[in-house]
Structure formats: C-alpha cells, structure tokens
Design a binder for this molecule. Structure first.
Ligand code: BGC
Length: 453
C-alpha cells in the first residue's frame, strides 16, 4: 500500500526534534553554567567512546545555517529544548541574559523562516548547582523548577505557543538516579523513587505555571513508550511483562491523568509513599492539551526471580533473532501502533503527538552522499502504523522525527547516528542524507507516495 502526507490530514503537524545538550556545544561560553551532563562526561569511562558534547554540533554558533536546512527540507515544525543552565547558570537566581538572547534568536530565526517552534523545558540537563543540593531527589526542585518555568514563559511565551514540560521522565530518573548510566550517575531505589515523585510533581506544576502565564499555550509533556510482550505465555512471564509495562509505560502518565501511580501492578513503587505529602495526589494531575509519545522499539520481558524489585528482565533484542538497529533495538513498527492505541484508550488523553521516532543504522559517507535507504524504510513502516492507528480513530495529530542531525547520543557518545543530516564533528560540515531528501519530497508534495516495504 502507499500513502502521502495528506492521508494524515491537512492539519497534521510534521516536524523534527532535538535536545540542547546533544547539539548546542558552547558548554562554557557567554555565561553558561555547568549542567549535570557537562560534569558527567568528564568521567570518560561513562561514555562509550569517551567523548563529550562540549562542542557537539556547535549548534550554538551554527543554528542559523541549521534552520536554513530545516527550511530547505520543508519541515514546518522544529522541537528543541532550553538548556536550564544557559539561562540560569546556578539553576536559580541570577539570569544570564546572553542565554536568553540565544533562545530569542533561535525562536525568531524559526519564525522568520516560517518554522513553528516547539519548546521542551527539560531534556535532562539539570544545572549542576542544583544537583549539588540533591537534584531531582530534593523536593526543593519544585521551587527551582517553578523559577525556571516562569522565566521561560515570560521570556519566550510571546512567540512560543507549543510547549512540552519534560522529556521522558522515566529515562532521566531511571537511567540517571537508579541505574547510574546517565547523569548524574546516581543509583538505588530511594534515589529513583524520590526523583520520580518530584519529576511527576514538576510535570504538572510546570504545566500549571504555563497555563497561568500564557492563556493560549498548547501544553503537553512527553513519555518514552515501548510496547511490551512477554517472552512466552507462561503466567510468570506475563506477570513480569505487566510489571515492566507499569514501570516503563504507565508510571508517569497515570498520575498526570489523575489516576495516581499504578501501585497495584508495580508493588515496589509503593515505597513512594515515603515522599508523598498531603494533596500530592491531586497536585500530580493536569489536563494536558496533548501527550507526546516517543517510540523506537518494543521490549520482550521474561520472569527472573533473581532480579531485585522487578523479578523479571528485558530480553535483549540481539538474543531474539530479530532485525536490529545499531542501538541494539529491535525494528518493530507495530510498537508505535500499539502504544498509540494504548495511550488513546485513556480517558483524559485529548490528543497524541509522536514527538520522537527515528533510528540509528550503520552508515558511511561515499563520495559525499549517505544512502540511508534503511532509515527511509524504517520511517515509512512506522508512519504506516501511525496512519493505521489514526484511521482506527486514534487522535494522533503530529509526527516529529528524531532527529535533525547526528549528535551526541548520551552514554553512547558519537557512536550512534540518528540524523537526517550527517554531521562531521571535526569540521562541522553538514550533509543532508538521502533520508533528509526523502523527507523533503514527502513533505513537499502530495504526489510522493510511500511504498511500504
Ligand atoms: C531521547 C533522545 C535520544 C533518543 C535516542 C530519546 O530517548 O529523548 O534524547 O537521543 O531517544 O536514544
């Protein structure tokens, strides 16, 4: 079957996403403060190739040219995040005007090119000064986050309509405060549960602040979501898969919807009660205008009583004889359909936007060209599933590709290339990959039809 962008509807929002730490560079100039990622990467054993993003894609200096490319590719929407420590070097207190100026230039640069900016407030780069006081594990973060959000609303809200509060709270609390393989590298259940609870509170607090400050704002927040299958139909595997589903897919959205934490299906999270104060249950609730769904793969889970807390484990994709990306993630297009259906089924979810989907595959530059047909096929197949969900009545209204240009992939360093644009990290040269040209053709014309392979 084939489809064109018009099959998704005239008003469907097509876009591309990035995050500040992964692309901006300029880590210590013009008054920027240190973030937890600036510090974390100093310990090179934490990053696969020992790299850091002090310079990254140097988007801070190249952003005008990069916006020109977005324009050239006919991408109408651009999602980026604000580096908290660029505008508030110590997290709170003194404002760095040069940081505000940068985001003003970026927002104005979008608008001048007819590109709609979509702003994520927090994409994982907490100011180190706040981490030194406990970071997400300290309930004071509610006050810190209020100050940051208010500053963003008042500085940029006259031109930015579309906002997302958090990027994937499950990932930054899980990888950053439980497993320790993302910044700030902390571990353990009490760090995780306190960070999780405070992130849940900030998710709705940030949204309430924006709502009060900016009457016409369209307010969402984003979640990492993966369809989960049990390894077998054995009831132990099925029960383990349910626990992982509660942890990975339900833990942050359900409190936002007023349903509270899914404690019945995730008994370990009951210990969160230790961090809960009177009225927190209602504070966690906010009527979001949209929910950002970020999907890459599915997970397969099996029971394992040796594993603490979860009594189960994710079975790595490379042990399952399935098609793989270089992240060692399974290519499984139906996952995006399943998560859209799942989230749409919640009463209270008004609108879904795919705020991230994309892939890293092996690729090489041959005579100045990157022939990434496999990425094009991946996107086509996932989009086909998005369309299928929409045709079945799911209110999915947008799709943002991850990502604009190859960048710093967190603990994977520069080993993973997710971009529509190839970045040469030595010269900062950009080459539009074949997938970028394909996206342009797709967005430009009704006549280009995708053949789903
Ligand atoms: C994150 C991005 C990341 C991407 C690919 C998402 O979890 O929001 O920052 O680069 O996945 O791993």
């Amino acid at each position: 079957m084939g489809y064109s962008k018009f099959d998704f509807g005239e008003d469907f929002q097509w876009g591309v996403s990035t995050a500040a730490y992964q692309i901006e560079g300029a880590h210590n100039i013009h008054g920027k403060g240190v973030s937890i990622w600036d510090k974390f990467v100093q310990n090179s054993s934490k990053i696969k190739d020992g790299s850091h993003a002090d310079v990254g894609c140097n988007f801070y200096e190249h952003f005008e040219k990069d916006l020109d490319i977005i324009r050239e590719l006919h991408i109408p929407n651009y999602r980026f995040s604000i580096a908290w420590s660029r505008i508030l070097p110590n997290g709170i207190g003194e404002v760095n005007q040069k940081g505000i100026d940068f985001y003003n230039r970026l927002i104005d640069g979008c608008l001048e090119r007819n590109i709609t900016p979509w702003v994520t407030l927090y994409h994982w780069d907490l100011p180190q000064a706040l981490e030194d006081q406990g970071g997400w594990t300290n309930r004071e973060i509610l006050n810190w986050f209020e100050e940051f959000t208010t500053l963003c609303a008042r500085s940029f809200g006259d031109r930015v309509v579309n906002w997302m509060i958090l990027n994937e709270p499950m990932v930054f609390t899980g990888a950053g405060y439980f497993l320790g393989y993302h910044a700030p590298g902390r571990k353990g259940m009490s760090n995780f549960l306190s960070a999780m609870h405070h992130a849940t509170l900030c998710q709705s607090l940030g949204a309430r602040i924006l709502r009060n400050e900016l009457e016409d704002a369209k307010i969402g927040t984003t979640f990492s979501c993966s369809h989960i299958d049990p390894m077998t139909n054995d009831e132990k595997d099925v029960a383990a898969a349910n626990r992982f589903d509660a942890l990975l897919n339900r833990l942050f959205i359900e409190p936002a919807l007023g349903l509270g934490y899914p404690l019945d299906d995730l008994p370990i999270a009951k210990r969160v009660e230790k961090y809960m104060m009177p009225h927190d249950e209602s504070r966690m609730h906010f009527d979001f205008d949209f929910i950002g769904v970020q999907n890459y793969t599915r997970e397969v889970v099996k029971s394992n009583w040796m594993i603490p807390y979860m009594k189960g484990q994710i079975v790595n994709a490379d042990e399952r004889n399935v098609p793989l990306t270089t992240m060692n993630w399974e290519v499984y297009p139906k996952s995006i359909y399943n998560v859209l259906k799942k989230f749409d089924a919640y009463e209270g979810v008004k609108e879904l936007i795919v705020t991230e989907n994309g892939v890293a595959f092996p690729e090489t530059v041959v005579e100045g060209r990157i022939k990434d047909l496999d990425r094009v096929q991946f996107i086509q197949q996932y989009l086909h599933q998005v369309l299928k969900a929409q045709r079945e009545g799911v209110n999915v209204t947008g799709y943002f590709l991850w990502t604009l240009l190859d960048n710093f992939e967190w603990a994977e360093g520069y080993t993973q290339r997710f971009g529509l644009i190839h970045t040469d990290f030595d010269t900062q040269e950009r080459i539009i990959k074949d997938s970028g040209h394909w996206y342009k053709r797709f967005l430009q014309s009704a006549k280009v039809r995708n053949l789903v392979v």
